[in-house]
Design a protein around this ligand. Structure first.
Ligand code: ADP
Ligand code: MG
Length: 250
């Protein structure tokens, strides 16, 4: 059984064309799935639907094999967390890091006070940030550090699935590799399942066992990431693979 699944989902923004057309995508416990496609192909729309922030026009969202209901909403919210692309706009500049990272604990009613502080400190440590981070503000940190803070916030409640929408696209190359390594570590140590969304196949290649390729709201190809990279079947996927920057050897 999948942890989270979209089954045969179509979606249309108001007055817009069909943004998703019969999309099925599933992430199992501990699995890492890459979702790639050009800008505008519908990747973020898939994430919105997987977070139950929008309702599909047809098809279903299934959490642990069943639609999310009033009775399962809290469990769903605690299990599925997100990291977005822009670490500048995703952290409230007026809040201290301690308060930012504790947000899911407050909103889900998981912990407060000393207990919350302990969890927040541990989460910051797991992304490589020291306890002196707690009292500081977002503007004191670089883009890569902010993305670590966003990951600490997303994982503080020990979710089972992380939906990461272009989490490294705004970062420079070195920081990008560090953040992907961090996600791989969290996957290993916490058994975290990850849906990694990117227009850049190289970001997905380092982290994901399986890759799904989206073009204009439709899935055109899916398979083991190694196979997709080495032998893409669709011309569209081939173009994405060819666009992967080749880094010079060190
Ligand atoms: P991606 O994340 O792959 O770049 P999106 O899911 O953001 O793609 O967008 C998919 C399609 O839906 C695009 O054609 C985009 O213009 C359209 N779209 C996205 N958000 C909205 C919106 N709020 N209102 C209308 N159309 C939208
Ligand atoms: Mg997007």
């Amino acid at each position: 059984m999948s942890l989270l699944e979209l089954r045969g989902v179509s979606y249309r923004y108001r007055k817009g064309a069909l943004a998703l057309d019969d999309v099925s995508i599933a992430v199992g416990e501990g699995q890492s799935v890459g979702l790639v496609g050009e800008s505008g192909s519908g990747k973020s729309t898939i994430v919105r639907l997987m977070l139950a922030l929008a309702k599909p026009a047809s098809g279903q969202l299934l959490f642990e094999g069943a639609p999310v209901t009033a009775a399962t909403t809290r469990r769903f919210r605690a299990s599925v967390q997100t990291v977005f692309q822009d670490p500048y706009s995703s952290l409230d500049p007026r809040q201290r890091i301690a308060s930012i990272v504790a947000e899911p604990l407050r909103s889900l009613g998981i912990a407060r006070g000393d207990e919350a502080r302990t969890l927040v400190t541990a989460s910051l440590a797991s992304v490589g940030l020291a306890a002196d981070t707690l009292a500081r503000y977002p503007h004191e940190f670089s883009g890569g550090q902010r993305q670590r803070i966003a990951i600490a916030r997303a994982t503080v409640s020990h979710p089972r699935l992380l939906l990461a929408d272009e989490p490294v696209s705004a970062l420079d190359v070195t920081t990008r590799i560090q953040v992907i390594d961090l996600l791989a570590q969290l996957r290993e140590s916490a058994g975290l399942a990850i849906l990694m969304v990117s227009h850049d196949l190289s970001a997905v290649a380092a982290l994901c066992d399986e890759t799904v390729v989206l073009n204009a709201g439709r899935i055109v190809e899916r398979g083991a990431t190694g196979d997709i990279l080495s032998a893409p079947r669709e011309p569209y996927t081939r173009r994405l693979v060819e666009a992967v920057p080749r880094l010079p050897p060190l």
